[in-house]
Design a protein around this ligand. Structure first.
Ligand SMILES: *[C@@H]1O[C@H](CO)[C@@H](O)[C@H](O)[C@H]1NC(C)=O
Length: 398
């Protein structure tokens, strides 16, 4: 007994040190640097394979893993990062820039540049994605009909527990960021830039997803800053600066007869400057079982938008497949609260709802929108609800 008792005070600290030594490196993330997989930071050498190989290792790692993209420009083609992975904490630490191929057809044929599918617990931190879309926009704007529609820059599909923070996306061919069929996604500190005349370059598009938060981001683009598609629930958008762009838009909805609705959306503390629309809900003028309900637009500053507040249920591009039909989309319980600013047109508030499914439960509270320093107008068709507080323009709700 005697020797054991004497040894105990020494054995315990030694054991602790040994345990720490073996456990600490495992607890820390394994890091995979794309340079170690053959990536070249020269902006010319195709580094796609290096990115896929680094992903394969990170995904197979039993421990949390991080993929490091150092400073420099990395040419990356259309790449898919697929799960399921062996761990639920993979982070992309991007210090440099990922550059799309300059020939737009290479990505356009794939439809997506960087695609994450079936992943759980992936985060993307900082970095720049340059979609090199300008030549495709020129092609589309020249309107000869022969250009491809282009690729989304970054898409998460069928994924959950995703964080995108501090990322910059520029010059996307088509949509910048798409969140499709995902659950629990947080995007914050995102910067999106594309020319005000770039077609279909939506900033962030969400559809078929729930529990999505988009915070503190700056979006300058040629289409919707944020667009919200069918099947979106529990979406929180706060502290967004948008413009140029088409504003923040729910829709287009109701293109299909059978379509999931949009429910529980909060848009708070946003500034929309020089945008086509401020806050919009848009549905096709054709039959559908879709709906939009429980939406709050609150604390918005709108500067010189063509349509600061708009519900348009008669969307029918090129008058194809819908003339004379009423939208089946039921819009209800939509609140506009503390919305101030200026309209570029006389009608600052326009509710053009469906004759078949009138808009109901619209609440206006403290609106102050002016046109050329005078009170702007409101226009209502098939829209009912209440107004309280400041009423500029005067409410037209029944
Ligand atoms: C609505 O969504 C928010 C998140 O944006 C969530 O916190 C809240 O619980 C949801 N409300 C309902 C009734 O589901």
């Amino acid at each position: 007994m005697e020797p054991t008792r004497k040894a105990t005070p020494i054995i315990i600290p030694v054991l602790v040190i040994v345990i720490l030594f073996y456990c600490m490196p495992n607890a820390a993330a394994a890091t995979f640097n794309v340079l170690d997989f053959g990536a070249k930071a020269d902006g010319r050498t195709d580094s796609s394979k290096a990115f896929t190989s680094a992903w394969a290792q990170a995904c197979a790692s039993a421990q949390p893993a991080s993929i490091l993209v150092p400073k420099g420009r990395f040419l990356v083609g259309s790449t898919t990062f697929s799960g399921q992975c062996a761990n639920k904490a993979i982070s992309f630490e991007i210090q440099g820039t990922l550059v799309a191929p300059s020939d737009y057809n290479i990505l356009a044929n794939k439809g997506t540049w960087l695609l994450f599918e079936h992943v759980d617990g992936v985060s993307i931190r900082s970095g720049v994605l340059d979609g090199q879309g300008t030549i495709l926009w020129d092609c589309k704007n020249s309107n000869d009909g022969s250009c491809p529609s282009g690729a989304t820059t970054l898409e998460f599909t069928n994924s959950k527990n995703i964080v995108i923070s501090g990322l910059t996306s520029m010059n996307s061919q088509m949509f910048h960021i798409v969140i499709n069929a995902c659950q629990n996604v947080k995007a914050q500190g995102i910067t999106i830039t594309a020319d005000g005349n770039s077609p279909n370059t939506d900033g962030i598009h969400v559809q078929g997803s729930s529990d999505i938060t988009i915070l503190t981001s700056k979006i300058r683009t040629g289409d919707d800053c944020i667009s919200i598609g069918p099947g979106t629930t529990n979406l929180w958008i706060e502290n967004i600066a948008c413009g140029p762009g088409h504003g923040i838009s729910i829709g287009s909805l109701g293109k299909d007869e059978n379509e999931a609705g949009v429910q529980n959306v909060t848009v708070k503390t946003v500034t929309l400057s020089g945008t086509q629309n401020g806050v919009r809900i848009k549905t096709w003028g054709r039959p559908s079982n879709s709906f939009v309900r429980d939406v709050i637009f609150q604390d918005a500053t709108i500067v010189n938008a063509q349509n600061p507040i708009v519900i348009d249920q008669n969307y029918c591009p090129n008058n194809e497949g819908c003339p004379g039909q009423a939208s089946g989309v039921k819009i209800s319980d939509i609140t506009y609260k503390n919305i101030h600013g200026t309209s570029a047109t006389e009608v600052a508030v326009k509710f053009d709802c469906s004759s078949k499914n009138p808009c109901s439960g619209i609440k206006l509270e403290d609106l102050k929108l002016t046109y050329k320093n005078q009170a702007a107008q409101a226009s209502c068709v098939h829209a009912s609800g209440d107004a309280l507080g400041l009423e500029q323009p005067q409410s037209c709700l029944s």
